[in-house]
Design a protein. Sequence first.
Length: 177
Amino acid sequence: MKKQLFLLALIIGLSSTMINAQEAEEIKWYSFEEAVALNTENPKLIFVDVYTDWCGWCKKMDASTFADPIIVKYMKEKYYCVKLDAEQGEAISFMGKEFVNPNPDGRRSTHQLAATLLNNKMSYPSYVFMNGENKVLTVVNGYMNTEKFNPIIHWFGEGAYLNQSYQDYSASFGADK
């Protein structure tokens, strides 16, 4: 009986450790408002993944690139990460303005904030990089595997975008990162 209780406790302990390890391996996603508020307290870059529920490439990005431990670790360190459903119905306040989806029950109705961030060039997935002052630096579109995505997040994360072209940076980007 003692052996069985010990084994049960061991299994529960290992399960709990595995669950905690899995949680540690995920990007921490914030709401847009949470990221902006955190950025006010402790400035970092903001990364916004603009997606839709029906977008297959968005789901592939979640399952592959955003699940890669190298990407997860770096994103947690350098960015406040936001998932923004481009068709969501909830209003979002930003820069003193309220952004809404004008037809939240309509088919493929775009949220005003998504349209603003993407300059009305609606393509999914799209990634918005914002600086510590909540200003859009650039928008990058399309599915990317880890090898393609990693140098982009480092270019911004290291501040290289301030004084080096992406082409020069990516040409010298090491596989050690």
